[in-house]
Design a protein around this ligand. Structure first.
Ligand code: 5GP
Length: 198
């Protein structure tokens, strides 16, 4: 069993370039209780990424070994690379902390099958598709082919918004963050009631 129902498991998904990584970091900075789930991936590290912090970067062979051993709660192939959430890592973190998953819709679907989990699923979207293209180019972390792959995946990705509990439109980062804070505090109150009426 993953969670005792006390700590929150917050999933944040979005098409690439909507601002999910920035928001994830902001949540972790503001809430000491939240730890980010560090995924395993076969994608190569970007110049600003640190192994064990942003991802655990592993080979295809190692990833497939872990799949065979059934060590992942969820895994998916995204833009030609594997990404996955290791059971062991989540089980350790959730004992003491709330946990934040930055995973895609495929992973969200797989985690949703664990009915014992107190998952809160947020889908982040933008009203301005062209803005995404600008952000993907400006953040300068992907090759032109990678940018195209990510931008082209937008329409398919947003088809899955219906699998989420909350949809937030990221027009303004601060407003968006406030909305996420409201969701966190609402769900914290439900899981830890201050008064019990008998
Ligand atoms: P990036 O390569 O930009 O870091 O991530 C690409 C996509 O993979 C993002 O949508 C991100 O949310 C997703 N992702 C990252 N880690 C995982 C994971 O462990 N499982 C799944 N299903 N998706 C992930």
């Amino acid at each position: 069993m993953l969670s005792d129902g006390e700590n929150l498991m917050l999933i944040l998904s979005s098409p690439s370039g909507v601002g999910k990584t920035t928001l994830t970091k902001k949540i972790q900075q503001k809430y000491q209780s939240f730890k980010i789930s560090v995924s395993h991936t076969t994608r190569l590290p970007r110049s600003n990424e640190v192994d064990g912090v942003d991802y655990h970067f592993i080979s295809n062979e190692r990833f497939e070994e872990l799949i065979k051993k059934n060590d992942f709660y969820e895994h998916a192939k995204i833009f030609g690379n594997y990404y996955g959430t290791l059971k062991k890592n989540v089980d350790e973190v959730i004992k003491k902390n709330d946990i934040l998953f930055d995973i895609d819709w495929q992973g969200t679907k797989q985690l949703s099958k664990f009915k014992n989990l107190k998952l809160i699923k947020i889908y982040l979207i933008t009203g301005d598709k062209e803005e995404i293209k600008k952000r993907l180019i400006n953040r300068n972390q992907n090759s032109p082919e990678e940018i195209k792959k990510r931008f082209d995946a937008f329409d398919d990705d947003i088809k899955h918004w219906n699998d989420y509990d909350y949809i937030i439109i990221n027009k303004n980062l601060e407003v968006c963050f406030k909305q996420i804070e409201n969701i966190i505090s609402f769900n914290k109150k439900i899981s830890k009631p201050s008064h019990i009426i008998l």
